[in-house]
Write a protein that binds this ligand. Sequence first.
Ligand code: ADP
Length: 453
Amino acid sequence: MSWTWLRPLLAWVACAGGAAIGYGLGAWVGHPVWMAAAGVSGVVLMLGTHDAVHAHRFIRWLRGPRTVALGDAPGLWSEVFFRAERKLKALEHDLLQEREQRSQFLSAIEASPNGVLLLDESDQIEWCNRVAAEHFGLDVQRDILQRITNLVRVPAFVAYLQGGTWTEPVVVEGRDAASSLSVLVRRYGQDRKIVLSMDITERQRGEAMRRDFVANVSHEIRTPLTVLAGFIETMENLPLTETERQRVLLLMRQQTDRMHVLVADLLTLAQLEGSPRPSLDRWNRLSPLLQRIEADGCTLSAGRHTLAFPADLPVEVAGVEAEILSAVGNLVNNAVRYTPAGGRIEVSWVDHGAGYAALEVRDNGIGIAREHLPRLTERFYRVDGSRSRETGGTGLGLAIVKHVMQRHGGELEVESEPGKGSCFRLVFPSARVRPTTAVQAVPNTFDDRAITR
Ligand code: ADP
């Protein structure tokens, strides 16, 4: 049952009571004017008390958490309570919505892969996302309201921020000297600034590698071209005997062969970079593949080495046959070229179980000093440049091998000791290795792209 009617009734009873008390007091004094005045002031007193009670209730409600409704009030107070409640509810709803929008907006900036930093008019940090904190070495909580230039003292950044000309981004050193950031400042609001940062370390490294690569290729091609130009000039200007002419032609052929191998290796690398990841269901039997490599190795060695290959290897590897052939072929080619005559080159399959299976190419050749090992797979990296070139090397062989193994989810392991020999291991992931099935694998003609060397 609702008791809302009770309060106005009580208020009016109180007013009437007040008037009656006033009138009674007037009667006690014994004068009609005093009686009337006392009655009126009684009413006014009661009405005042009634208003004060409701005003107090209203203020208490406003100050409190406003979790309960104001409830009913008599007369005008009912209207005041109703409108105040409605207005406040609307304001609180708007405020909540604004807060929600703001937090969503900040979470969106937080999720940005780039750094975002908001500065006030005194360059104090108002807000920054985690990426910016990482870029500039800031603490998202602790450094709020700190002046950015007190925390980030990189001279290029400070000069750029204070310079006020922000049409182009500036490249500054990141937290550690090896990293680079591209920083852009924009003005917004009333002299506030937004600082956007992007880590460009990888991009810069890539650009440097590309520059080095082009310089190396140019250098590699220029040498045989210069030699060829010299021979052409010789043939044009000098009367040569037939023997001399044959000798010059042979040397010219060697230079063109060298360029041919270089271009072929470059094309192989480009092909590897642009191809999709080798599929897991194209199985290649290793035995026939190794037979082809053994034949090439024997031709290259020309009887100067002992080559030992497994007689029959009942193993299949999933991937691109031409790439696997190229990787193993490169290792055998290197073993022959870097092993003096009389040396031994042995190819074997190693399966330690527990998912470790590898094809191993071991030689007892010149070996490689420890400090060179981490750089062997860099393009054009050679331990001994002249020996590599003399034996027809391009400096790209191991880069190709590494690339092939990465694409097949495997890796290249190297062990070597100067004067004792080297062991190069192609480690395949277990998902790409299986024993040869009874049914012959379908010849892998589709993937058999021309990969030289
Ligand atoms: P290259 O065409 O010069 O042989 P690679 O990329 O195949 O280029 O090899 C890089 C370098 O690693 C070679 O220049 C050589 O110094 C060294 N190297 C590779 N294989 C062997 C090996 N089996 N024995 C000794 N050194 C090797």
